[in-house]
Structures are given as structure tokens and as C-alpha cells.
Design a protein around this ligand. Structure first.
Ligand code: GLY
Length: 304
């Protein structure tokens, strides 16, 4: 039997000091929700969904409510989830008007023969499943409207720089292992500020934004999506564990490989099949927390 564990992130970027407490409060609340679900159900999928919904509902983070606006002034969100027991995956990309994209991603996993639905098709599927859409206005917060209007005035927006400077980028994610060693991973995001309409990042792409396989590890990533995608960061970390590397070293090595190959800026959380958890990031800060079934181990803004 394994001691059930949870690890959660709320983004890797240069989180300004005045936003540190909002981030740690949000992570702590999500962790407490996760502990409650895991104690009741021992179900890693239910637990990662509960955690990610709590983070999507918290306007602090760039996921669900609080998501960035794209270049066209829309809120398009991405989310993905994976069960390490059977490698089942569900994802949605560029979905609009949905409060909790991770729930739709999981419905794709459970109720369709597919791995991913996008855009209008994903929204149509959500409605078929009885999920009530929301107006975009309900997903917007003033902070993002202001940023959008500032960016509209800029001639040449450099999206990668958002991860190195004091601009928000708060993808959220969770990895959970239950007492049987079953692992689930989930990631949700509003993407990057001022992205092109239709742009899909790493978060809903299996192997990039998330990965879970009970034979090695579960991983959720955050940061500059294009760099994470090009190095399949989540799968890279899981493969490191498969090759005998510890969770701690796998996190560090994978981030270093990404940096070296594509000069990426990112963070990741990982739980290996023995229940060891770890995280690493090469951004100035990362919001992260972890717990066992008995309570919270830590919640912090990690600095590089
Ligand atoms: N990692 C979030 C994104 O680039 O969309």
C-alpha cells in the first residue's frame, strides 16, 4: 500500500510580491478540497478534478475564471486529464463559455471514443452532457481586461517574455496517487495573454502539459507552452523516472533539458509510482503545495 499524496501548482512565472498570498491561499484551499475528496473516495481522478475546479473557480489563476483574453478579446481555455491506471486521456482545447474546462476534459475521457475536442465542437459536447455554458463576462476579471487593453496598444507583443517578467501566467495543475498506486494528472489554463485566436498551448496536450502512467509517474507542467510542447516536458519527466531516476532528479533534469534545447521557461510537479513527489522550475517563482492524506505538507511560493 502507498501513502496517498497530492501535489498542486498554480503557475510558474515572476509572481509579484503583492500576489504571493493570493496564490498560496488558493493553493491551500484547493489542497484541502483534494484531501477531503481523497479521504472519502481514494479516487485520484475525482481528486484532481476537485482540486483543479477549485483553482479554476479562483480568479487569482489563469484558468476558468481569471483566464487571459486572446488577441480577439475572447477567453479560450485548454485542459487535459489522464488516468495512469489505463492511460485514458480527455482534453479540450480553445473552449469558450465554460466555467470548469477540466470537467469537460474528463467527460471527453469518460464518454467519448476520442482524446480531445476543440472549440465549438467541445462546447457543443459540453451542452449535450448537460453542462450549462456561462457568458464570457463571468470568466473575466478586471486585471485581465486591463492587461488586454494595455497589450492592444503594443506593436509587437512578445508572449515568451510574460514568463520572465512581472506579467501573469497562472496555469494550474494537480497530480495525485492513491493507496493502490493509481496516479492521475490534470492541467487547466486560459493560455497566454494576447495569444492568437485558436492557439492551443501545451496544457491539453498529453505528454506536454500532463502525463500519468502508474508504471512510472504523473506530471503536470506550467509555463511557456510552446517550449513545453516542443520538448514534451511531462513525458520527458515520466520517462526519466521510467529509466530509474528519482522524482526529484527527474524534475530537475527535465527542466534543464527543456532550457538547453529550446530556452524554455517552465515548472513541473511530479509524483512517482512509489509516492515520492517533487517539483522544479526555472522561472523566478512557482506557486506550489503538497499534501498527504493526513494533511498539508507545505504551500509556498518557491523561488529559483
Ligand atoms: N502553459 C500554458 C500555455 O502556454 O498555454
Amino acid at each position: 500500500m502507498i501513502k496517498p499524496k497530492i501535489i498542486v501548482h498554480g503557475g510558474a512565472w515572476d509572481i509579484p510580491a503583492h500576489m504571493h498570498k493570493m496564490h498560496t491561499d488558493g493553493i491551500e484551499k484547493a489542497l484541502r478540497k483534494g484531501i477531503e475528496i481523497l479521504q472519502k473516495t481514494n479516487d485520484p481522478i475525482e481528486t484532481v478534478i476537485g482540486i483543479v475546479c477549485a483553482l479554476e473557480d479562483d480568479p487569482t489563476f489563469d484558468a476558468g475564471k481569471g483566464s487571459f483574453l486572446n488577441e480577439a478579446g475572447q477567453v479560450e481555455m485548454d485542459a487535459g486529464i489522464m488516468h495512469g491506471k489505463d492511460l485514458s486521456v480527455g482534453a479540450v482545447a480553445a473552449i469558450q463559455n465554460i466555467r470548469n474546462p477540466i470537467i469537460i476534459a474528463n467527460l471527453v475521457r469518460e464518454k467519448t471514443q476520442h482524446v480531445m475536442l476543440t472549440g465549438d465542437g467541445a462546447l457543443m459536447f459540453a451542452k449535450e452532457q448537460g453542462v450549462q455554458p456561462v457568458d464570457t463576462i463571468e470568466l473575466l476579471v478586471g486585471r485581465e481586461k486591463e492587461l488586454y487593453h494595455d497589450l492592444l496598444k503594443e506593436k509587437d507583443v512578445k508572449i515568451k517574455s510574460f514568463f520572465e517578467m512581472k506579467h501573469p501566467s497562472d496555469t494550474v495543475g494537480a497530480v495525485v496517487i492513491n493507496s493502490h498506486g493509481n496516479i492521475a494528472a490534470a492541467t487547466s489554463t486560459g493560455g497566454t495573454p494576447f495569444k492568437k485566436a485558436g492557439r492551443v498551448g501545451d496544457s491539453p496536450i498529453v505528454g506536454a502539459g500532463f502525463y500519468a502512467d502508474d508504471t512510472c509517474a504523473g506530471v503536470s507542467t506550467t509555463g511557456w507552452g510552446e517550449g513545453i510542447l516542443r520538448t514534451l516536458l511531462a513525458r520527458e519527466a515520466a520517462d526519466q523516472v521510467l529509466n530509474g531516476t528519482s522524482a526529484h532528479d527527474a524534475a530537475k533534469k527535465s527542466i534543464a533539458i527543456m532550457k538547453k534545447k529550446v530556452n524554455g521557461d517552465a515548472g513541473l510537479i511530479i509524483i512517482d509510482k512509489t509516492g515520492d513527489y517533487a517539483f522544479d522550475h526555472n522561472t523566478p517563482f512557482m506557486a506550489v503545495g503538497a499534501a498527504t492524506i493526513d494533511g498539508i505538507d507545505f504551500v509556498k511560493i518557491s523561488s529559483r
